[in-house]
Design a protein around this ligand. Structure first.
Ligand SMILES: Cc1cc2nc3c(=O)[nH]c(=O)nc-3n(C[C@H](O)[C@H](O)[C@H](O)COP(=O)(O)OP(=O)(O)OC[C@H]3O[C@@H](n4cnc5c(N)ncnc54)[C@H](O)[C@@H]3O)c2cc1C
Length: 475
């Protein structure tokens, strides 16, 4: 009797299990077998790989030569002595999404008509869909004397635009500000430059300036310093609304601006920088004690002249869908694209969900309807403890998450202006964003201004009817 019931129960359980399993298999979204290859395992590549992993698109290969992944936005805080540079790096193997096939190599060329890429060792890798996220190339060799200056311990030449030099920035600042002796001068000369090329995080060259200026102020040494901001541009920032605010801060804090001036040469031994007026070509020599340089940046060499790229070497994509304008099974995001947004990680957190959504639509043969608005943000540090959060889209259209006029419910009640708000934005920059990056973004669980809640992808109609606050751009 017992045996019979037991047997029967087993049969019932087995039957139920099979039904549940069958139902699961039936209801479970179809796993897309298509091979997706991602080029570049930086912010964009890792974010997309993680999002695909969380979806039903798991046949992913990521090609990345480096075995270390960097959270670059931290380098500003490292240069300002707020964070240690080691906090900005993690081994690739520790953050690679589970199940993602990592090819540790460099891509050398693309054969998009054959759906293939070639790596540096001559191997061909085939794909059904390709995502390019190769970043931008930082070139320290474009200004004579810059590389030597960075390599020399006592030159006073620094840059936060590289893991290897971020620490040197603060060490040099400490040495210069601590020496108290500036030869026959009364004050030390601190120069901060902006690049004549496109730049990732265009706010960083002045964030580091404000951080260090504030440190001098808090140490009671501000009157021992001449601080000058040298830029080939004509304003403090690309969006007029923020540029005006920054210019007011500059005037209030006695920082001199040298507009239309491009750094063309450094003599690290004698500590002299040469600048050229971009209009008149007139040159001036400027002695320095500390010189912070924002280097030239270009599209990565392997993209220049590639069938995917535009004339400048950036991957040519539709600025709203992130799909290649030339090959429908190719997408790209981040610093390597020619979308006219500000090149930031924040922009990538908005691009990635749109790209993943549109990639799925492409795979399923549907019309692409995900729409990237050009959103980017730049936490403009203005002192240790205060940050102005700049958020804007294409054409300098303000898109402030916390704005009382146009912000997102309920965040709009925070507002953007005032001491308390700036303290709050500092906490976002210094604490929340690094945490979010390592714990959520690299796991495909962060959706930009939507936080950890996966948004319904913005469609064109919604994107263009969002309220606008004082849209304006100086670019
Ligand atoms: C000092 C500094 C401060 C910043 N501050 C901020 C900030 O406050 N807020 C913000 O949002 N953003 C900030 N950014 C910008 C942000 O870090 C970048 O915009 C972002 O990391 C770009 O991501 P990406 O994936 O496009 O490129 P990356 O993260 O640079 O990744 C590109 C990857 O491609 C790989 N690669 C290159 N060539 C090849 C090849 N041939 N084959 C295969 N792989 C290749 C590289 O090794 C690299 O890992 C800052 C950047 C810097 C340097």
């Amino acid at each position: 009797m017992f045996r019979f019931v037991s047997k029967n129960r087993s049969a019932i359980l087995a039957g139920t299990g099979a039904t549940v399993m069958g139902g699961y298999l039936f209801l479970r979204p179809k796993q897309h077998p298509d091979r997706i290859v991602i080029v570049g395992g930086g912010t964009g590549g890792i974010g997309v790989a993680a999002m695909l992993r969380n979806e039903d698109m798991k046949n992913v290969t990521l090609i990345e030569p480096k075995d270390v992944h960097y959270y670059q936005p931290l380098w500003t805080l490292c240069g300002g002595g707020v964070k240690n540079v080691s906090e900005s790096a993690k081994p690739m193997k520790d953050i690679l999404p589970k199940g993602t096939n990592w090819v540790q190599n460099k891509v050398e060329s693309f054969q998009p008509t054959e759906n293939k890429i070639t790596t540096a060792d001559g191997k061909k890798i085939e794909y059904d869909y390709l995502v390019v996220a190769a970043g931008i190339e930082t070139k320290f060799d474009q200004v004579p004397g810059l590389q030597e200056g960075l390599e020399s311990k006592d030159s006073g030449v620094v840059s936060i635009y590289d893991y290897n030099w971020a620490d040197k920035t603060f060490k040099t600042f400490q040495r210069v500000s601590g020496s108290g002796a500036f030869g026959d001068k009364q004050k030390a000369n601190y120069l901060f430059t902006f690049s004549p090329t496109v730049l990732k995080c265009a706010g960083a060259p002045q964030k580091i300036m404000w951080l260090l200026e504030d440190t001098l102020r808090s140490q009671g040494k501000r009157d021992q310093a001449n601080i000058t901001y040298w830029t080939p541009g004509g304003t403090m920032f690309g969006v007029k609304y923020y540029s005006d605010k920054l210019n007011k801060i500059r005037e209030d804090r006695g920082v001199e601006a040298k507009f239309k001036q491009q750094l063309v040469k450094i003599d690290p031994e004698n500590k002299v920088a040469t600048f050229e007026n971009v209009d008149t070509k007139e040159k001036v020599e400027q002695p320095f004690d500390m010189l912070h340089v924002a280097p030239h940046m270009y599209a990565p060499a392997f993209l220049q002249g590639s069938p995917l790229s535009d004339a400048k070497g950036f991957v040519d994509v539709d600025k709203h869908t992130m799909q290649s304008t030339k090959f429908s099974n190719v997408f790209a995001l981040g610093d390597c694209t020619n979308t006219p947004n500000s090149k930031t990680a924040a922009a990538i957190t908005s691009q990635a969900p749109v790209l993943v959504h549109n990639l799925r639509r492409e795979i399923e043969g549907k019309k692409l309807d995900g729409f990237y608005t050009g959103y980017a943000s730049c936490p403009l540090i203005i002192s240790r403890g205060h940050t102005m959060l700049a958020e804007f889209g294409y054409g300098g259209r303000l898109m402030e998450t916390f704005s009382r006029e146009t912000g997102k419910f309920p965040l709009k009640y925070v507002g953007t202006d005032g001491d308390l708000q700036m303290r709050f934005f500092w906490i976002l920059k210094e604490r929340l964003f690094p945490f979010v990056y390592w714990k959520l973004w690299t796991r495909g669980m962060w959706y930009g201004t939507n936080g950890p809640i996966k948004p319904a992808v913005i469609k064109k109609e919604e994107a263009t009817t969002q309220p606008v606050l004082g849209a304006s751009s100086t670019k």
